[in-house]
Design a protein around this ligand. Structure first.
Ligand code: NAP
Length: 322
């Protein structure tokens, strides 16, 4: 159901991780004229995950890239239009909402924010300088370059531990540097680390500087209990210390919490009527593919209701009361 104006849609979904793709499947299937603006990489962070073992329906696990690719095909099958473009500006304060990309301008009756989250950076000297020269935030993308080398993974959560395990396929030695003396990661992952002789844990420590010349050669560490400073030699450093919500585009227009996540209610509604959010951009408790999909589905169903109500009222105007 294409509208007269090619740049006006029923619903625009910003972001193509599992939340955005699930939203597109539901919106397309509901017969809404749906556009998904994918951002730089289709599939979001999930697509860079080597193996997803806890998404229902795949008892042997599935690669993140394969899973998001299947979701994309499913969204297209239900009629969602997929455009590889980066949103540069949104106007959520007038209705229909305005969405601008580098190459086009769109309007939509409802909007779903599914921009996800990006890796948090350490913020230490050398980090920016050595990105692409030994500093990485994606083991799936870069692990291959560390055959028989030594790498450091920073962090103690599920991502750090999963990616450290993945890196042992290539690297001969993987240090996990964690700021406490207990991992945050799930037990099943901790057990796998315990059983892997290529992994060594460095407890109670933070990286204070990344060292190198043309390439990373190691890091300075500080032991937070003893204050002792040391140097650890390595060829690469993989940073997995959590995520930061991608909400810069919406700041000043919708309500964000103190950590920058979009505030939503139980129906994925944001502080603006007709704007919904799904996935990691609004999820602080359980950032998983399964929760991203469920919130994406819910956001679409709510967008559909919102549009139906607007049309029943014959577009009587727009109110941002909440
Ligand atoms: P996370 O669970 O927030 O863990 C971040 C880790 O980094 C924590 O161990 C934290 O230390 C450490 N950290 C935070 N800031 C730091 C800093 N400035 N310097 C040094 N260390 C720092 O993040 P995540 O592992 O990226 O996971 C994000 C979400 O995705 C979580 O909900 C996670 O469960 C989920 N996830 C799930 C799976 C899975 O189910 N298989 C896989 C990947 C991710 P503390 O422990 O001391 O706080």
């Amino acid at each position: 159901m294409r509208q007269q104006d090619p740049n006006r849609r029923d619903v625009i979904i910003i972001g193509s991780g599992p939340a955005g793709l699930a939203a597109a499947i539901y919106a397309g299937r509901a017969g809404l004229d749906t556009l998904i603006l994918t951002g730089m990489f289709i599939g979001g962070q999930a697509a860079t995950t080597d193996r997803i073992e806890n998404y229902p329906g795949f008892p042997k696990g599935i690669s993140g890239n394969e899973l998001t690719d299947l979701m994309l095909k499913q969204a297209e099958r239900f009629g969602a239009q997929v455009v590889n473009d980066q949103v540069t500006e949104v106007d959520l304060l007038t209705h229909p909402f305005g969405v601008k990309t580098a190459s086009a301008q769109y309007e939509s009756k409802a909007l779903i924010i599914a921009t996800g989250a990006s890796p948090r950076k350490l913020g230490v000297p050398g980090e920016e300088e050595f990105i692409g020269r030994g500093v990485s935030f994606c083991a799936t993308c870069d692990g291959f370059f560390y055959q028989d080398k030594t790498v450091i993974v920073v962090g103690g959560g599920n991502s750090a531990v999963e990616e450290a395990l993945f890196l042992t396929k290539f690297a001969s030695k993987v240090y996990i540097v964690h700021r406490r003396d207990r991992l945050r990661a799930d037990d099943i992952l901790q057990k796998r680390v315990g059983g892997n002789e290529r992994i060594e844990l460095v407890w109670d420590s933070t990286v204070t500087q990344i060292l190198g010349d043309a390439q990373v050669s190691g890091v300075h560490l500080k032991n937070l209990k003893t204050g002792q400073v040391s140097t650890l030699t390595a060829d690469g450093i993989f940073v997995y210390i959590g995520n930061v919500a991608n909400t810069q585009l919406f700041a000043g227009q919708i309500e964000l919490d103190e950590q920058g996540y979009v505030i939503t209610d139980a129906r994925q509604r944001t502080s603006i009527n007709g704007v919904f959010a799904a996935g990691d951009v609004q999820e602080r408790i359980l950032q998983q593919v399964v929760t991203a999909c469920s919130t994406g589905a819910r956001a679409s169903v709510e967008a559909e209701k919102f549009i139906a109500e607007l049309e029943d009222r014959a577009y009587p105007g727009f109110s941002i009361e909440y």
